[in-house]
Design a protein around this ligand. Structure first.
Ligand code: SF4
Ligand code: MG
Length: 336
């Protein structure tokens, strides 16, 4: 598989009156062609900021790249000019957001919005762009596409708006689609439909997808690999099977415990993780999760754990992986 995107030791901060907010601290991961990657973590863990670094959508200033690199098809994104990044957006990298209403233009017909996206990024005639817009509406499962083309966003349901957003993002056939909590505002049935649609489009068009979510359940059936973020860092990454059946980081354990399962009794409570995420003005010098971790040892407060390779598809940043650390097993904590 060919490498499409490579993020290497990325540090991104915001300058504020209160000091420097270290939103992303040494994040590394990659995306291959045709792969679906999930980035999971609670709000404020740096997942959206990381994704927006790839499209240079964070305001700069006050945001700035401190260190590290983002290579997309050999292009260094952190060094691109405004013009350069504009060329990549839409034509190479598309993005969909949580709330379609903030990205759809309420005063413009849906079809026209898709058409605009095509015209801006491809050198085609108006007629060809219109043909492509209708084709995209059909492709994302909007029936009666010819009629829907001429409707405004308020005439669409929530799920249809999100489908329209996907149509806009995919109209120029980008190599990479970044989806930031695209289904959070939808109910579960519609959510499942949208996720199926993304999966289908991915296999039809071989688009790589970065799916950002706070919910491991959302990506259980969708992603090939999962990156777990906490406190601006990657704490665990691995393929789907490894993260769900052989998780090694206590934070991932907490996330897994909060995923509802099909056979779960309605009266059973999902277990939220106690405590609050670290202060990104002055992050702890040790493990970012130490204050909330029930397995924290002395060293966890003192020193950042290294990245331990579990196998060639899986790594975790946790002192429990040190050969002399006490053995704590997920099977046991899950049962507890
Ligand atoms: Fe918990 Fe220590 Fe592992 Fe951090 S390094 S997750 S505090 S055991
Ligand atoms: Mg977010």
């Amino acid at each position: 598989m060919k490498r499409l995107l490579e993020v290497e030791n990325l540090h991104f901060s915001f300058k504020t009156y209160g000091g420097e907010v270290k939103a992303v601290r040494g994040v590394s991961f990659y995306v291959n062609e045709g792969e679906i990657i999930g980035i999971v973590g609670e709000s404020g863990c740096g997942k959206s900021v990381t994704a927006q670094c790839i499209m240079r959508l964070n305001p700069e200033p006050p945001g700035y790249f401190k260190q590290g690199s983002i290579q997309y098809k050999g292009i260094e994104i952190t060094k691109l000019s405004k013009q350069g990044i504009k060329r990549l957006r839409g034509s190479e990298i598309g993005m969909i957001f949580q709330d379609p209403m903030t990205s759809l233009n309420p005063t413009m017909k849906i079809g026209k919005q898709i058409e605009e996206s095509v015209m801006n990024n491809m050198s085609v005639s108006r007629t060809e762009a219109r043909r492509r817009a209708i084709e995209m509406l059909k492709l994302v499962g909007i029936s009666d596409a010819g009629k829907r083309y001429s409707q405004y966003p308020h005439e669409f349901s929530g799920g249809m708006k999100q489908r329209a957003m996907i149509a806009i993002a995919m109209a120029c056939n980008p190599s990479l689609l970044i989806a930031d909590e695209p289904t959070t505002s939808l109910d579960v049935t519609i959510e499942a439909q949208i996720l199926d649609l993304m999966k289908e489009l991915q296999s039809k068009m071989n688009t790589s997808i970065i799916m950002i979510t706070h919910d491991l359940g959302v990506i259980a059936n969708l992603c090939h690999r999962i990156i777990v973020m906490y406190g601006g860092m990657v704490v665990e990454q691995g393929n789907l099977h490894e993260i769900f059946y052989n998780p090694k980081h206590p934070y991932t354990w907490g996330l897994l415990k909060s995923v509802p399962t099909l056979n779960m009794d309605k009266s059973e409570q999902l277990i939220p993780i106690d405590g609050t995420p670290p202060d990104l003005f002055s992050p702890p010098k040790g493990c970012p999760f130490a204050a909330r971790c029930e397995h924290a040892m002395e060293i966890c407060y003192e020193e950042l754990p290294p990245e331990y390779g579990i196998n060639d598809k899986h790594s975790a940043v946790c002192w429990l992986q040190h050969p002399y650390a006490p053995k704590v097993l997920w099977e046991e904590t899950r049962a507890a």
